[in-house]
Design a binder for this molecule. Structure first.
Ligand code: PLP
Length: 284
């Protein structure tokens, strides 16, 4: 079955799907995106993703190409046409095509591209055994709250993690505090049992998975603290974990080769992981 994309108003096989060579996404990374999980053919936390998309678009003054209801129809249609039961849907909006000039073009129409693909959930062994992260300097811009397609720093960071046989790289700001992973949010559990993650300032992306974990923490009566934490604090933490749409929740058992806690997934991380799966399965 050939994969079908939605590109500027049409559903097309990938081979025929194309955007203009002067699209500002291609030339300036002038655009935003979302990745939404599909579980049982349904979108997980679609409303929060669309809210964040609209926020990102607003911050960059890119007009929304479609209203939420119409966009929801397109997302579901792309999922359907690709026969995706478990996987992801990817959507990207750019400021559109225009002769190359940095300032906003007067008359460009935003480009919307939607693709979807099946994917197995991450290998369960990653959840059972936990994963390793390395730490790297955060070299990104100062508006990481916008889900911008300008991801080169994230790409380099993830590649550094791969080359170090780690799953993720946690980025560290000038104060020695961890901001987030290259495509995940970062969390620790303190000796007192508080679950700590950085507040959603402009240094991190406010993950939709992060917010779902907040809901679970609230419901289960655990203690949540939104504050930055240092690399040293993370290495000395009782537990650590990361979250994202594609990773779900994965326990972190090594940071720069240093075992976290006993070097095994912590009980709280595993409970939150199970609760998150239940949440995703009950989606929409
Ligand atoms: N932080 C960054 C930099 C990301 O790219 C992502 C996801 O792509 C996340 C955090 C996690 O966000 P979400 O839970 O919405 O997938």
């Amino acid at each position: 079955m050939s994969r079908i994309a939605y590109v500027a108003g049409q559903y097309l096989p990938h081979r025929q799907a194309a955007v203009h060579i002067e699209d500002r996404g291609f030339q300036f990374a002038d655009g935003v995106y979302e990745v939404i999980s599909v579980v049982g053919g349904r979108l997980v936390d679609a409303e929060r993703h669309l809210q964040r998309l609209n926020r990102s678009l607003g911050e960059l003054r890119i007009p929304a190409p479609l209203g939420d209801a119409a966009l929801g129809i397109v997302l579901r249609e792309v999922i359907r046409r690709n026969g995706v039961d478990t996987g992801i849907v990817y959507l990207q909006v750019t400021r559109g095509a225009a002769p190359r000039e940095h300032a906003f073009p007067k008359a460009a129409k935003p480009t919307l591209v939607v693709t979807s693909r099946r994917s197995r959930p991450p290998d369960p062994r990653l959840g059972d055994d936990g994963i390793a992260v390395i730490t790297i300097p955060d070299i990104r811009w100062q508006r990481c709250d916008i889900k911008s397609i300008a991801l080169i720093a994230n790409v380099l960071g993830k590649q550094a993690a791969r080359e170090a046989s780690a799953y993720e790289a946690w980025q560290v700001d000038r104060n020695g505090e961890i901001t987030e992973g290259t495509s995940t949010n970062a969390w620790i559990v303190t000796e007192e049992g508080a679950v700590v993650t950085r507040a959603a300032d402009t240094a991190i992306l406010n993950g939709v998975t992060r917010l779902a974990i907040f809901d679970i923490i609230g419901r289960e009566g655990y203690r949540l603290v939104e504050r930055p934490f240092t690399v040293a604090e993370a290495k000395a933490a009782r537990e650590a974990f990361l979250t994202s749409t594609t990773a779900d929740l994965l326990p972190v058992v090594h940071i720069d080769g240093v075992p976290v806690g006993e070097g095994r997934p912590g009980p709280l991380a595993l409970k939150l992981r199970a609760a998150y799966f239940a949440h995703a399965a009950s989606a929409a």
